[in-house]
Design a protein around this ligand. Structure first.
Ligand code: ZN
Length: 338
């Protein structure tokens, strides 16, 4: 068997699993529903049982793998392998995942937050083209991000680096879940775009089907706003000009610090594709430093569902370069010809 890691993408609805080779091939993948009942107490046991069953079905043992990488929501302590406050998993207290999985399977386990892990996946096999300097911005229910600089994930002193969703774009803007105001997340996430549209609709004087929907308090989504913009609804276009302005300035500020080869936009909102870039790019070019503008490109993510498991697998291979325990495990595995 080729050098293989197990990648896990833990989410509030599903747990995605995959076997990932060193060259980034996915040789097996499967999904389990996330058991969030009973305070999420069955999540780690479910992961263990699923891994054991799958190995058994293929006649494999933990010794056939390099290690396990996982992306999780919540506040992740990468060193300790713990997650705190992952509310969509019903984990309100600190959960010691690394300890539980390593002792059950006797395999090195590497944990990081889900946005960082998706960033690694996109950098490696997606729109990042395996370049050493890539920034990933995920525009979903919230806005998250991950920074890869010189081939390494930037974690900061406490693991909180890459909180791109909380870049300030409007000093007196909407309140944010973080306690601040005017964060990118409040105007560029799927929910933020809708909130922005609702606020703007009150002062819109023109004729717009979208503005009428909002004034009649009908359910509107970010997707509907993009669809209406595609049909040239003037209010939808106005809202997306604003969104593009906020995202463009945030991306320019990121690029002015890091000068990555690409800033990759992912998450549900990025499904708008070229239309999203159409609104963001002019503002990015307006605010980016001249030589940064020439060398940093804005792109749409290409991986969708597999970014998380690929990035989780890559976490293991990256850890082999730096972590003594993982290195020893791999050396033993290679000696025994497993
Ligand atoms: Zn915030």
């Amino acid at each position: 068997m080729k050098k293989t890691a197990i990648g896990i993408d833990l989410g509030g609805t599903t747990i995605k699993f995959a076997w990932i080779t060193e060259s980034g091939e996915v040789t097996e993948q499967w999904v389990e529903p996330t058991p969030v009942h009973d305070h999420g107490s069955q999540i780690v046991p479910t992961i263990l049982a699923s891994l054991q069953n799958k190995m058994k079905a293929h006649g494999l043992t933990p010794g056939d793998f390099f290690g396990i990488g996982m992306g999780s929501p919540g506040a992740v302590d990468h060193q300790a392998g713990t997650v705190t406050g992952a509310y969509n998993l019903n984990w309100t207290k600190t959960v010691h995942i690394k300890q539980q999985i390593e002792s059950a399977l006797n395999l090195p386990f590497v944990l990081d937050n889900d946005a960082n892990v998706a960033a690694l996946g996109e950098q490696w096999k997606g729109a990042g083209n395996n370049a050493a300097d890539v920034v990933f911005v995920t525009l979903g229910t919230g806005v998250g991000g991950g920074v890869i600089s010189r081939g390494k994930l930037v974690r900061g002193v406490s693991g909180a680096a890459g909180e791109i969703g909380h870049i300030k774009v409007e000093p007196n803007g909407f309140p944010c879940t973080c306690g601040g105001t005017g964060c990118l997340e409040t105007v560029a996430s799927a929910t933020g775009i809708v909130n922005l549209a609702k606020a703007e609709a009150e002062s819109f004087a023109g004729t717009s089907g979208l503005a009428q929907l909002i004034m009649k308090e009908e359910a509107v989504s970010a997707k509907i706003i993009f669809d209406r913009a595609r049909q040239k609804d003037p209010f939808a276009e106005l809202v997306l000009q604003k969104v593009g302005g906020y995202l463009g300035i945030a991306c320019a500020n990121i690029a002015n610090i890091l000068n990555p080869s690409a800033i990759v936009l992912g998450g549900g909102v990025s499904k708008a594709g070229e239309l999203l870039l159409h609104y963001v790019r002019p503002y990015f070019e307006q605010h980016a430093f001249p030589s940064v503008k020439e060398t940093t490109s804005l792109r749409i993510a290409t991986l969708e569902n597999t970014a998380g498991v690929l990035g989780a697998g890559l976490l293991v291979f990256k850890q082999v370069e730096t972590d003594e325990t993982v290195k020893q495990h791999v050396q033993i595995q290679q000696r025994t010809g497993a």
